[in-house]
Design a protein around this ligand. Structure first.
Ligand code: UDP
Length: 340
């Protein structure tokens, strides 16, 4: 019988790509999302790609009573918990909202998993937990830095809550996946990132500039101590990331994981903002109107992953290069532009 995976935040950017890969791998998928930062029609994109529409619940996971219906209706074998707010600036302006949502939903999920004997959890974490590391590339053993924002703190505390819960139980096992910078979209151009309002992140902003919705891309800082003065990040294709979640679920269900494991998910390559702009232009033939401006407060100068642990112990390796990330992102943007 097919195993069932509950994907919280499954209509969102990384969630929707993961649902596609889970279904392709033969899992039954149940999606829960409150649609606070995504649209229900991503399910139509998933259906078009996989010919299967996952069962969907529009529920706010802060409501435990409503959420319990999912567990009483389905025998959930594993949970992938994406559902969370993720805008750094917003979290600084409204920290309680972030703590309430990101931690409240995690607590409810853990309690429901315990109540309904679900033993396997994949948690969506972030490289933000490392701050600006002293040594690059970053391994999973790199000391965690005090969080630079309430958002980052919810990821750190989330990991701690899971560890404590595992220590108190002989059943729960979990894998936390620390993402570097996910970009790109499904090859079909049918699902992708859908930021609401003016995007904060580099690629969604750039796409709107190229698409003509925004005037100019501001490159935040040209005087960093990097090869061209702009910040360096480890960009990773969202489909590669999605596949890592399937492998993590397999590992948990096959009882091949330790009780708690953490993996960095990146390519191991660092690219500067100017590298990314240049590669986008080469990949698409489009020209980007950009200007180097002041640094953005809170940005780390450079970060990229040591991927050996994920390669050796998760059995996963990123396959797609920056050019592929950017051409698929552009295909998705063109899809959005045709629809509007
Ligand atoms: N960035 C930029 N202009 C933008 C948005 C981001 O120059 O409009 C830079 C930012 O300073 C960082 C990189 O792009 O060096 C990636 O930023 P993003 O917000 O996408 O992700 P972060 O690494 O902050 O999580």
């Amino acid at each position: 019988m097919k195993k069932t995976v509950l994907v919280t935040g499954g209509t969102g950017y990384i969630g929707s790509h993961t649902v596609v890969e889970l279904q392709a791998a033969g899992y039954e998928v149940v999606v829960v999302d409150d649609l606070s930062n995504s649209k229900e029609n991503s399910l139509a994109g998933i259906q078009e790609i996989t010919s299967t529409k996952p069962r969907f619940y529009k529920i706010d996971l802060k409501n435990k009573e409503l959420s319990s219906e999912i567990f009483s209706t389905h025998k959930i074998d594993a949970v992938i918990h994406f559902a969370a707010f993720k805008a750094v600036g917003e979290s600084v302006a409204n920290p309680l909202h972030y703590y309430q949502n990101n931690l409240g939903t995690l607590l409810n999920i853990l309690e429901l998993m315990k109540q309904y004997d679900c033993e396997n959890l994949v948690f969506s974490s972030s490289c933000t937990v490392y701050g600006q590391p002293e040594k690059l590339p970053v391994t999973e053993d790199t000391p965690i830095q005090p969080a630079a924002s309430p958002y980052g703190n919810t990821k750190q505390i989330g990991e701690e809550i899971i560890r404590d819960t595992i220590n108190s139980s002989d059943k729960l096992s979990s894998i936390s996946l620390r993402y570097f910078n996910p970009i790109g979209a499904h090859d079909s151009g049918l699902i992708g990132e859908l930021p609401q309002g003016v995007p904060n992140n580099l690629v969604p902003y750039l796409l709107k500039v190229v698409g003509g919705e925004l005037e100019q891309l501001s490159v935040f800082g040209g005087d960093y101590n990097t090869k061209d003065g702009t910040c360096v990040r480890d960009y990773i294709h969202v489909v590669d990331l999605a596949k890592a979640h399937v492998i993590a679920v397999d590992k948990l269900l096959d009882k091949k994981s330790k009780r708690y494991e953490v993996f960095n998910l990146g390519t191991g390559e660092g690219y500067s903002v100017l590298d990314l702009i240049k590669t986008f232009q080469e990949a698409t033939g489009e020209t980007i109107n950009y200007k180097i401006v002041d640094r953005r407060p809170g940005d780390v100068e450079q970060i990229f992953a040591d991927t050996r642990n994920a390669n050796d112990n998760l059995g996963w390796k990123a396959e797609r290069d920056l050019k592929n990330m950017l051409s698929t992102a552009w295909k998705w943007q063109q899809h959005l532009m045709r629809k509007s």
